[in-house]
Design a protein around this ligand. Structure first.
Ligand code: 5AD
Length: 361
């Protein structure tokens, strides 16, 4: 699918045509990744952050948020809980916290790997190559780093440089790939100043990066951030601005599935926050195949406010997981077993007769 068609789908308003898009994405999903819905236990291990991203409630200058950092013992207990609940993966997420040193994280990875069989996904922001290589060697399997938008000037407007260095997340993604991580990225939908043209280019970039995991969610205004606070004059004509709706998010998930058929695509928490549990389930029928239940201990969870009123439907209780299993069964799906590696990554890393492996189409 080329740029004009991607953009047309993003601007499509006709419900009958959209139904065809949802069906196509669902067919591609079934064919390439099957009916299993993999669960990833999300552990938000620290909300300290040294960055000043224009949209994120964890930005360094937000004094209203009580800061916390979990201990190794607490995090390993959460990982054990994930294994007991049958989850194949834990996602270790945090702000860019300087106290999460290379050695601290490596030791954590080793402890989790010694005590459980779960796959480890890291989501710790922009870290240098030596850190990423060290953590891969310690046993980390996957890394998530959203590029947020492929529009360089919009990206720069909402991501102030750190130590005078502008960030280059695309370069980080290439490094992760070279280190043989399963690589995940994605964008926010409806960032003020985001146009349909740039969002169509984002989807094209998913394909060009040949991503193994693609996470997209609606932008949600946080009042303690410059982007959420301002009633800044629109950066572009109103008809070019992408709305931050559940439907627009589903369109991007569906297109992501079509351009990267073998990727793992979560139905994200941000989508659940604006679309409810029903919205989260709809996405599973429009291309998504992963859910990330929150395993962060309750006393910390409210403080991980990247945006307000974060949804949390299927958390650590057995009861909630079994409720989720029933709901999935009702739509012809089941909870996945095992690690749930992306077939895209497996094809890329398993020697095959075709040296290029199978790429996104
Ligand atoms: N609204 C929606 N998503 C957000 N994120 C951060 N702040 C917000 C917000 N206000 C997303 C970013 C980041 C991920 C961890 O959370 O895409 O990469």
């Amino acid at each position: 699918m080329q740029h004009p068609e991607l953009k047309r789908w993003l601007q499509e308003a006709d419900p009958t045509r959209l139904d065809a898009l949802w069906r196509h994405a669902d067919d591609v999903r079934r064919l390439h990744v099957g009916d299993a819905v993999h669960l990833r236990g999300l552990i938000e291990l620290s909300n300290y952050c040294g960055r000043l991203c224009g949209y994120c409630g964890l930005r360094a200058d937000n004094r209203d948020v009580p800061r916390y950092r979990m201990s190794h013992t607490e995090i390993v207990a959460c990982a054990r809980r994930a294994a007991t609940l049958g989850f194949g993966t834990v996602v270790l997420q945090a702000g860019e916290d300087a106290a999460l040193t290379r050695e601290w994280v490596a030791e954590l990875i080793r402890r989790i790997k010694t005590e459980t069989n779960v796959a480890i996904t890291l989501s710790l922001g922009e870290r240098d190559t030596a850190d990423l290589a060290n953590w891969r060697a310690a046993g980390a399997d996957r890394y998530l780093l959203r590029f947020e938008t492929s529009d360089r000037s919009l990206f720069d407007r909402i991501h102030p440089p750190r130590n005078g260095q502008p960030s280059d997340r695309i370069a980080r993604l290439h490094t992760l790939r070279e280190l043989s991580y399963e690589v995940g990225s994605g964008v926010m939908i409806g960032i003020p100043g985001q146009s349909f043209d740039s969002l169509a280019r984002d989807v094209k970039l998913f394909r060009d990066l040949n991503l193994d995991m693609i996470g997209v969610g609606p932008y949600i205004a946080h009042p303690a951030t410059p982007l959420g606070r301002t009633n800044a004059p629109p950066a572009q004509p109103a008809d070019e601005q992408v709305p931050n709706t559940a439907e627009m998010t589903c369109k991007v998930m569906a297109l992501a599935r079509i351009v990267c058929p073998a990727a793992n695509i979560p139905s994200t928490t941000a989508l659940a926050t604006i679309g409810g549990a029903d919205g989260q389930f709809l996405a599973l029928q429009r291309g998504a195949n992963v859910i990330m239940p929150n395993l962060t201990p309750r006393q910390y969870r409210l403080s991980y406010q990247i945006y307000p009123d974060k949804a949390c439907f299927y958390d650590q209780s057995e009861e909630n997981v079994s409720r989720l299993g029933t709901r999935l069964h009702n739509i012809g799906r089941q909870i996945g077993t095992g690690r749930g590696d992306s077939p895209n990554w497996q094809q890329r890393t398993t020697p095959s007769p075709s040296p290029a492996g199978r790429r996104c189409s």
